[in-house]
Design a binder for this molecule. Structure first.
Ligand SMILES: [Zn+2]
Ligand SMILES: [Zn+2]
Ligand SMILES: [Zn+2]
Length: 342
C-alpha cells in the first residue's frame, strides 16, 4: 500500500510508493557530461561576450571584464525581468498588473569549464556562497524588490542552457507562491506551538536518524518526510536563522562543506544527475523572524511532472525518503575530497 504523506510546513500531500520503490539504477536519466562545443561566453578570455560584470572575486588589478577572476557575477543577457523603471501597479478591470521589474543575474562559479559545483574545492564553493550574500545585501537596498531567489539549473534536462557551472539570482517585486505557502504554514505552526516548524523537524530527524544524509557542526542534510521528488534533499542550518544572508563566515565555511558533500554523494549514487537547487530564505523586508528558517532544496531531475501532478498539486514519488537517505548516507565521498585547497 502506498503512503499518503503530508508535509508539515506547507500542508502539501504526496504519494510515496513503498511497494515497488525505485532504486537509483531504475531511473532512466540524462547523465550530465561536459561536451565543450562552441565558444563558451563564461570561459576566461570571453568576458566581452557577457554583459558588464557586477562583481568578481580574484582579479586584484586590471580592467573589468578581463581574466583573472575566481567567481564572476554578470547581468543575465536574456533577463526574465527588466531592472529599469517603476512597478506602476494598475488594474485592468478586475485584473491586476504591474511592470516586469526585477534583477536577473548570473553567478559564474568557476573559470574552469570542466568543473562543476560538486568538484570545486570547499574554499571555492565558499566564494560562490559569499557572492550570493554580497548580491543579496546590495539588491536589498532596492525597495522595489520583495524577494530574492538564488537557484541553480545543472544539466540540460534541468533547464541549463550553458554547461559552464553557474547559478542565477532573480530579485522579484512579489513574494513567490511556493515561498508564501512555506511562510504561511510556518507562521501557522508558530502561532499554534510557539516553535519554528523547521527547528522541530531538525530535532526529530536528528533523534530518529532514518532520513538524515549527513551532518556537520552547523548544518543538517536530510531527506524530507514528504518529498515531492525521488532523492529530494534539504540542507538546513541547525541553529534557527531566517535569512541566508545573516549567516556568519563560520557558517559559510560549513555550508560549503555540506553542499560539496551532498552534491558529491548525489553524483556517486545517481551518476552525475541533472538537478535543480534553490535557496529559500525569508523575504528581504523580513530577514529576522522566529517562524521561518532558511534552507537549501536539492532536487535531482529523475522523473517527469505529468498530468496528475499538474492537475492536482499532488506529487507521486516512487522512492521513499528513508531509502533515498540511506543510499546517500552510505555513499562514500572520502576519495573525492581534494588534499589541498588552492
Ligand atoms: Zn566555459
Ligand atoms: Zn527554526
Ligand atoms: Zn523551501
Amino acid at each position: 500500500m502506498p503512503d499518503l504523506r503530508k508535509d508539515p510546513i506547507t500542508g502539501r500531500w504526496v504519494i510515496i510508493s513503498t511497494d515497488r520503490a525505485k532504486r537509483p539504477n531504475d531511473f532512466v536519466r540524462q547523465r550530465v557530461e561536459i561536451k565543450n562545443k562552441g565558444i563558451c561566453p563564461f570561459c576566461p578570455g570571453n568576458e566581452e561576450k557577457t554583459p558588464t560584470e557586477i562583481l568578481q572575486y580574484g582579479r586584484e588589478s586590471g580592467a573589468a571584464n578581463t581574466p583573472g577572476w575566481r567567481v564572476r557575477v554578470v547581468a543575465n543577457k536574456f533577463p526574465a525581468l527588466g531592472i529599469e523603471g517603476n512597478l506602476n501597479r494598475q488594474a485592468e478591470g478586475m485584473f491586476d498588473k504591474m511592470n516586469g521589474i526585477g534583477a536577473h543575474e548570473v553567478i559564474i562559479e568557476t573559470p574552469d569549464h570542466n568543473a562543476s559545483l560538486a568538484t570545486l574545492p570547499p574554499k571555492r564553493i565558499e566564494d560562490v556562497l559569499w557572492t550570493f550574500r554580497d548580491r543579496i545585501l546590495d539588491l536589498k537596498k532596492d525597495r522595489r524588490f520583495k524577494y530574492i531567489l538564488i537557484f541553480k539549473n545543472h544539466g540540460e534536462a534541468a533547464g541549463a542552457s550553458l554547461e559552464h557551472a553557474h547559478s542565477q539570482l532573480i530579485a522579484l517585486p512579489i513574494i513567490p507562491i511556493y515561498v508564501t505557502e512555506e511562510l504561511e504554514g510556518a507562521k501557522q505552526f508558530y502561532i499554534y506551538k510557539e516553535r519554528c516548524v523547521f527547528c522541530d523537524i531538525i530535532r526529530q530527524e536528528t533523534e530518529t536518524g532514518i532520513r538524515v544524509v549527513a551532518e556537520n557542526e552547523d548544518f543538517l542534510t536530510l531527506a524530507p518526510y514528504a518529498p515531492r521528488f525521488p532523492f529530494e534533499t534539504w540542507i538546513l542550518p541547525k541553529q534557527h536563522e531566517s535569512g541566508f544572508e545573516n549567516s556568519s563566515s563560520h557558517m559559510f565555511e560549513n555550508l560549503a562543506k555540506a553542499v560539496k558533500n551532498l552534491l558529491t554523494k548525489a553524483d556517486r549514487v545517481l551518476d552525475n544527475p541533472p538537478y535543480n537547487l534553490v535557496i529559500h530564505s525569508s523575504p528581504v523586508q523580513d530577514p529576522n523572524n522566529d517562524h521561518y528558517h532558511w534552507h537549501i532544496e536539492f532536487m535531482p531531475k529523475l522523473t517527469k511532472t505529468a498530468g496528475f501532478e499538474w492537475g492536482t498539486g499532488f506529487y507521486i514519488n516512487p522512492t521513499p525518503p528513508e531509502e533515498a537517505a540511506k543510499f546517500l548516507r552510505e555513499a562514500s565521498v572520502e576519495d573525492t575530497l581534494p588534499a589541498t585547497v588552492g
